[in-house]
Design a protein around this ligand. Structure first.
Ligand SMILES: Cc1cc2nc3c(=O)[nH]c(=O)nc-3n(C[C@H](O)[C@H](O)[C@H](O)COP(=O)(O)OP(=O)(O)OC[C@H]3O[C@@H](n4cnc5c(N)ncnc54)[C@H](O)[C@@H]3O)c2cc1C
Length: 473
């Protein structure tokens, strides 16, 4: 994009390091056909779902084992070449872009479920296993893994971004659900963090340090996760509201009353229209909450009755139930496809995604003014939210070649984040910092905390080879 001066500061700082010939030769000798320098392969690994565009990495290594990862990273360390771990590439904030050059390590072939420990409610997997594959593997044991970012992301990528999704309101995020890791360090050594025990006071919590580190502190090669028994009863319902405010006040009350709702998602009327067009659904084209209740039949009934009463007090229409597993899957698939439904509503567009999260009591203050700003801007957008967590996403739909649309979208994002921080919230509830939210991290955490992060990074990765130029400059 030929950007005018006023959005130059929004573009990534690209400073790709030269790749030594000797390094590429050694890489090809060690990995043979597992290493590709084909442009199409490099381009596929050098982009994500963000609006940024950066020249691709110099090569892609398809790792098949922890030893492959350790050898690739050791070679990178020897030649001071950057290395960017790659899961399935669904991240949204420029996490994967090779701003300082280097190579990509694709973990997709490390896709084995290593052990299911049904008695302990844990599973241990390689990083390239996707969330849906984990669920396929454990459902025969009557268990499930609840974390569900919209995309069928890899468990390694989800761990590295501290992902969550629609179930987090009840089951927590990757932070609460990762027990132990195997990690390849910046020197190419293999370490283990944590155990399968439910709790531990053994020294610094390196597992939690790695969860959310976005490939900047180590390459994750094995993950032990918590599992949950499949609920005895599950009910999903949609409820339409006369205004976004009515829906939001319903959610606030539901959470404040301690109803253990499993999913509680807001979709605004415009986005429902996009979802209907994309997924051929006949949902009422009004602002809606999409909810799910888990538990015993009696507890599900009780939860649903409580929420119905609260919704009715706020003008919500009678619940429409999705009773069969097929209907539920169709509804949640449509919710997960809202992003793609929106992208298809404006051909050629990209989405500038927001990810603010605020304490539940501040949700209305944060969301309603931001909706008014987005409406006034004239930009088309989608709005979905894991509102039970105080987390919501606008996706401002822009033509990536139109600098003015880009500027308007980024201005809206700045106003939204500023508001969320003033309300004691965060610039990113689940997508991570990547490139796009680096400035906001400084505003949120402050210079002292970001300096502490830099100190950790320097100690663990002194040559700055692990996904450099991300999270902070
Ligand atoms: C339609 C859509 C909906 C989404 N909805 C949600 C949502 O509801 N909640 C949510 O949290 N996210 C959501 N996301 C974002 C995305 O799916 C998550 O960030 C996901 O966790 C990324 O996983 P991935 O396998 O695609 O990782 P990638 O995009 O491949 O990588 C992401 C980051 O993790 C690092 N990484 C990957 N694998 C490893 C590894 N093994 N070791 C160390 N670092 C690694 C990469 O270097 C990069 O920095 C959505 C994305 C899309 C496109």
């Amino acid at each position: 994009m030929n950007a005018p001066a006023d959005i130059q500061h929004l573009l990534p700082q690209v400073d790709q390091r030269p790749i030594p010939e000797a390094f590429l030769a050694a890489l090809q000798q060690r990995f043979g056909a597992q290493c590709s320098t084909a442009l199409a392969v490099r381009e596929q690994h050098g982009r994500d779902e963000s609006v940024f565009s950066v020249p691709p990495p110099a090569a892609v290594v398809f790792a098949g084992s922890t030893q492959d990862v350790a050898d690739a990273v050791a070679l990178c360390a020897q030649h001071r070449v950057p290395v960017i771990p790659f899961g399935v590439g669904s991240s949204l904030e420029g996490h994967l872009l090779a701003v300082q050059g280097g190579i990509s390590i694709d973990l997709g072939r490390m896709n084995r479920v290593l052990s299911i420990n049904a008695e302990d409610l844990t599973v241990t997997v390689q990083p390239g296993v996707t969330r849906k594959a984990v669920n396929e593997a454990v459902k025969g044991e009557g268990l499930f893994f609840p974390i569900d970012p919209g995309a069928d992301a890899s468990i390694g990528g989800m761990t590295a971004t501290r992902a969550s999704g629609t179930n987090a309101v009840r089951y927590g995020t990757m932070r609460e659900n990762v027990l132990a890791l195997e990690v390849v360090t910046a020197r190419g050594e293999v370490i283990r963090t944590g155990t399968r025990a439910k709790k531990s006071s053994a020294g610094y919590d390196l597992t939690r340090l790695m969860v959310g580190s976005e490939g900047t502190l180590g390459v994750i090669t094995e993950i032990s996760l918590k599992l949950y028994p499949l609920p005895e009863a599950i009910s999903a319902a949609v409820c339409s509201f006369p205004s976004i405010a009515a829906a939001v006040h319903t959610v606030i009350q539901v959470i404040q009353l301690g109803v253990p709702i499993a999913r509680c998602e807001l979709i605004d009327a415009g986005t429902v229209r996009m979802v209907n067009a994309h997924s051929k659904l006949g949902l009422r084209e009004e602002h809606m909450l999409l909810m799910e209740f888990h538990g015993s039949p009696a507890s599900v009934k009780e939860q649903a009755e409580t929420v119905q009463e609260i919704a009715a007090d706020h003008g919500g229409n009678a619940f429409e139930w999705a009773t069969t597993p097929e209907e539920r899957t169709r509804l949640w698939t449509a919710r997960h496809n809202a992003y793609f439904a929106a992208i298809q509503s404006k051909p050629g567009c990209r989405a500038v995604s927001t990810d603010t999260c605020v304490p539940i009591s501040r949700l209305a203050d944060c969301l309603l003014d931001s909706v008014a700003e987005a409406d006034a801007s004239g930009l088309p957008y989608f709005l979905v939210g894991h509102v039970g967590d105080g987390n919501f996403h606008f996706g401002y739909l822009i033509d990536p070649d139109n600098a003015e649309e880009r500027r308007v979208a980024e201005d809206l994002n700045v106003k939204l984040v500023t508001r969320a921080l003033a309300l004691e919230g965060t610039c990113t509830g689940e997508h991570g910092v990547g490139l796009h939210k680096m400035g906001f991290l400084l505003d949120e955490a402050g210079a002292g905390a970001v300096d502490m992060m830099r100190t950790l990074k320097r100690a663990l990765d002194p040559d700055n080879i692990l996904n450099p130029g991300k999270i902070f400059s």
